[in-house]
Design a protein around this ligand. Structure first.
Ligand code: SF4
Length: 485
């Protein structure tokens, strides 16, 4: 999972400050690296490891001119978190193209081979955006570059989409030609389009989530449809086509965990969706005849689940865990050791809320179980009489191959253990998961991807493919650890 942002304005506009502002608002989507590219006669690229603020330090953004630009925050699922894999990526022919993307290409090895053998391009990084970029460049190269038309661009994207398997939302600048936004035929990863009216004409922006639009005063226009391609030409005419659409399978984890609660995706407020999921959790708490004294959340993505659950069962909600906000999200740290260390330093129970109580603690999910176990331990140390661990997501039993760090089945606790066994392993009195059928009642299978819960993958993926993605992830971690030593 990554955060992407792109802006297309008329000459004279300064895109860089808005890209940086957007990336700050999207920082929760990735903390491994950040990058920005603007275009004015030539591309100006700044990227590196770390947070957006790390990128800003020591860089002369006043020199980063251009009315057009892209930004990216990266959370590595393919390739190491090293600088070579940081986005955006650029190719200088044809025209000059810069690209950012969010997602995961599942036929990475096959595509790398065909890009090498058919298109004669050497892939230098382990980042799948490089493959998408080269595939698109190779298709554009076959057109009349003296008079590239919107039809040519759509045709090149359609062929690119047909070569790629997996999840991808991509934004690209084609130098002196226009701006491009497209996503995979199932619309697995989100892309939203916004607009700001200025005296010089409309400025268009595209992003992973709407939260950055609020901050930058962009009006939200709409989400991209599955397989949709939007091309804005050099005369600022907006062209849109759906070239290779398939049934939608939007990643349900965007609502559960990834997106910020103030975002609106597919016309749904993320905060409101979390409240609806919290109400569903209440049914299971009642069915089990549990009567907690207090409901607390694991900050900060679980607040709306917990608040709605507490209201529905008529039990007080309280903030029972204090969070140190200066530590990154544990789930998107690249190694288990880093995640455990982060959790230790990040959360501290508020003893007055917890001591002597039966505590229902709500989290967005239980992935490996290590964070959950640590939280239960902290609550017991703070004097909790009983601890009920409640997960807003159903049991995660299958790997995600679409850009979320859950690609190794052996690391998913629910793939090997029952609910009762997990309660025992993490030290909780009870573990309650969201029922998958309840989630489907909110988001029908015609809309959402449920592959990590039921193994029903929306794209072509073989056992070998799953193993290759898991191995790639494992290798990335090993390389990263050896680089860090
Ligand atoms: Fe999202 Fe799970 Fe589907 Fe991955 S498998 S895209 S995490 S719903």
């Amino acid at each position: 999972m990554c955060g992407i942002f792109g802006i297309y304005a008329r000459n004279g506009y300064n895109a860089a400050p808005e890209i940086l502002g957007a990336l700050n608002a999207l920082q929760h989507r990735g903390q491994d690296s950040a990058g920005i590219v603007t275009f004015d006669q030539t591309f100006q690229l700044i990227k590196g490891k770390g947070l957006v603020n790390d990128l800003i330090k020591g860089q002369k953004f006043t020199e980063s001119v251009g009315a057009v630009g892209l930004g990216h925050v990266r959370y590595s699922t393919m390739g190491t978190p090293s600088e070579i894999n940081a986005q955006p990526f650029i190719v200088n022919y044809p025209m000059g193209i810069a690209m950012v993307h969010n997602g995961n290409v599942t036929n990475f090895n096959e595509l790398r081979k065909s890009v090498r053998e058919i298109n004669h391009r050497l892939v230098m990084s382990a980042n799948d955006v490089e493959l998408i970029l080269y595939a698109l460049a190779a298709e554009l190269e076959t057109k009349n570059l003296f008079a590239l038309t919107a039809d040519d661009v759509f045709d090149a994207v359609a062929t690119t989409q047909n070569r790629i398997e997996g999840a991808y939302s991509a934004l690209a600048i084609i130098a002196d030609v226009g701006f491009l936004a497209f996503n995979d035929p199932h619309g697995i990863r989100p892309v939203v389009m916004g607009r700001k009216l200025t005296d010089a004409g409309p400025v268009y922006a595209f992003a992973s989530e709407t939260t950055c639009f609020d901050y930058l005063s962009f009006e939200f226009m709409r989400d991209l449809a599955p397989g949709e391609v939007i091309f804005i030409d050099k005369h600022h005419q907006v062209h849109s086509r759906i070239l290779t659409a398939k049934p939608q399978h939007f990643c349900i984890f965007e609502y559960i965990y990834f997106a910020r609660e103030d975002s609106i995706i597919h016309s749904r407020s993320v905060a409101h969706e979390r409240s609806r999921m919290g109400q569903l959790l209440a049914q299971e708490v009642r069915r089990r005849n549990l009567s907690p004294d207090v409901v607390i959340d694991v900050p900060s993505s679980a607040f709306f689940f917990a608040e709605a659950l507490a209201n529905a069962i008529n039990v007080p909600y309280a903030r029972g865990l204090a969070k140190n906000n200066f530590f990154g999200r544990s789930f998107i740290q690249p190694t288990i050791e880093m995640r455990q260390n982060t959790v230790r330093q990040k959360l501290n129970p508020i003893r007055r809320i917890i001591s002597g109580k039966k505590v229902a603690v709500v989290d967005d999910s239980i992935v490996r179980g290590t964070t959950s176990k640590h939280i239960v331990h902290l609550l017991r140390e703070a004097g909790a009489r009983e601890v009920y661990f409640i997960s807003a997501s159903p049991p995660i039993k299958y790997p995600c191959v679409y850009g979320i760090d859950m690609s190794d089945k052996t690391q998913l606790i629910a793939s090997a253990y029952s609910e009762a066994e997990i309660a025992n392993l993490i030290g909780a009195d009870e573990v309650i998961y969201q029922k998958i059928e309840d989630l489907i009642s909110l988001y029908p299978k015609e809309f959402a991807c449920y592959a990590c819960f039921n193994g029903d993958y929306p794209t072509k993926i073989s056992i070998e493919g799953l193993q290759a993605v898991a191995k790639e992830r494992l290798d990335s971690n090993i390389q990263f650890i050896s680089q860090s030593i």
